[in-house]
Design a protein around this ligand. Sequence first.
Ligand SMILES: Cc1cc2nc3c(=O)[nH]c(=O)nc-3n(C[C@H](O)[C@H](O)[C@H](O)COP(=O)(O)O)c2cc1C
Length: 188
Amino acid sequence: MAKRILEPNTTLYPVAVVLVTTGGANPNVFTCNRIASVSSEPPRLALAARPNRYSHALIRASREFVVNIPSPAQQTLSDYLGVVTGRDEDKIAIANLQLAPATKIKTPLLADCPVNIECTVEREIELDSHTLFIALVQAVHADESLLDANGDVDVARARGIVYDCGTVRERPTAKFNLDDLRRNVKGA
Ligand SMILES: Cc1cc2nc3c(=O)[nH]c(=O)nc-3n(C[C@H](O)[C@H](O)[C@H](O)COP(=O)(O)O)c2cc1C
């Protein structure tokens, strides 16, 4: 195996893509791939958001979010939610997203995502380009058809969207035609 030394970067793969609702009773949703499982007792997830995201302010204000894991059929939706800001338009209305109430927090779930994880922010760490929000998992909702005999999500059945590159950089938003995305997410 001949190896080359690269510039420091965040290469990891596969990279999961999730849709994060936040903001309590007036929610917004954004696409996120800087997310990880970081402890088990108690269960915690950590996600990193850039301070200029509208969702960053909402996470900070509401101290809660829901990690919604999309199905592969929600690829276009994930692109749309990741290139348009909720500051400028109501993404939930434009994408015709169905919301469902959470059990432990005020921020709703995305009803059409097969797995939803309710989280409350425990602490945050400033990491220059991003803020790392470390959160306690309060409840997990999973589509029954994805569960194995132990009642755990069977990843073979629950394939989500995986980011198609290991080195995550800023999204090349120029490659997207926003009008096409808006048209295509209707009812996606
Ligand atoms: C696949 C994908 C992954 C993304 N991951 C992140 C991320 O981990 N953190 C982040 O701050 N923004 C991420 N973004 C960018 C935000 O989703 C994007 O800036 C979005 O428009 C923010 O929406 P908001 O302003 O409504 O919060 C990602 C975008 C895409 C398409």
